[in-house]
Write a protein that binds this ligand. Structure first.
Ligand code: 21W
Length: 239
């Protein structure tokens, strides 16, 4: 899978070259290519922005410069995503959908904003990472690359995705490792019993309990089995 980033702050992307994503790139499972929008300025001072028509504070990124940067990397099958506070909030189902694309072009804006005409020309979709204000789209772009890359074949070891938070719509069960007793707190007996069926049942219950306590709204959007519904009703009676 190929990620092309269009940004005025290419140095910020050093951060994703580390860890699992860096390894995935070394193994050619993903390809991350950064394009500095400023390289496409034809101005002698490499100017990329100008004052807004209609007046007001701040500056606006010029459409021609963004368009030339886009043209330099565009392919027929690319999907163009504009990281923007006005976009739909990213979630795990959007991540899975995007992971099926062969080429994502990610445009990063800044507080000053980008001329609307080039956005209308090249952008397929606007995505936000949540309702809070950042200084630019670079961190959101890295969030997107990180989360989408996990779905690319070979990036993660098998089965590490299907049991995790959100893949079944629930939060995870608690985990324990040695020592068996830590500051007078013992590991739950069931995990030491070796009874795999009981352990699996316990983990499912813990997942439901955790979700009910910490993120009850998640339970509204998923299908539960009859057994799970009964368990939730029991939890409600407990409080
Ligand atoms: C902050 C961009 C404010 C634009 C008049 C009209 C990308 C982001 C961002 C930023 C403005 C995301 C203006 C969650 C975020 C991002 C920087 C407002 C100025 N004035 N997800 N327009 N939060 N943020 N534009 O901030 O680029 S995804």
């Amino acid at each position: 899978m190929k990620f092309d980033i269009l940004t005025l702050f290419p140095e910020m992307f050093e951060a994703i070259k580390t860890s699992i994503i860096g390894k995935a790139e070394e193994r050619n499972l993903i390809d991350i290519n950064i394009t500095n929008i400023r390289d496409f300025s034809e101005d002698k001072h490499k100017k990329v922005d100008d004052t807004p028509y209609g007046g007001g504070a701040g500056m606006v990124i010029k459409p021609d410069v963004v368009y030339s940067a886009y043209k330099s990397i565009a392919t027929k099958n690319a999907r163009v995503i504009y990281m923007s506070p006005q976009g739909k909030t990213l979630n795990q189902s959007k991540v899975e959908e995007l992971s099926k694309q062969e080429h994502l072009i990610i445009l990063c804006g800044h507080y000053e904003g980008i001329d609307q005409r080039v956005l209308d020309t090249i952008v397929d979709e606007e995505i936000s990472i949540g309702d809070y204000v950042l200084t630019g789209g670079e961190i959101p772009a890295m969030v997107l690359i990180d989360t989408v890359s996990r779905y690319v074949d070979g990036v993660l070891s098998e089965n590490s995705k299907d049991e995790e938070s959100f893949s079944n719509g629930l939060l995870e069960y608690p985990q324990y490792t040695r020592p068996e007793v830590f500051r007078d707190k013992k590991v739950p007996d069931i995990l030491i019993s070796g009874h795999h069926e009981n352990i699996s049942k316990w983990r499912k219950e813990q997942s439901l309990k955790n979700t009910f306590k910490k993120r009850p709204e998640l339970l509204e959007n998923i299908e539960l089995t009859e057994k799970e519904k009964i368990y939730i009703e029991d939890l409600k009676r407990e409080v």
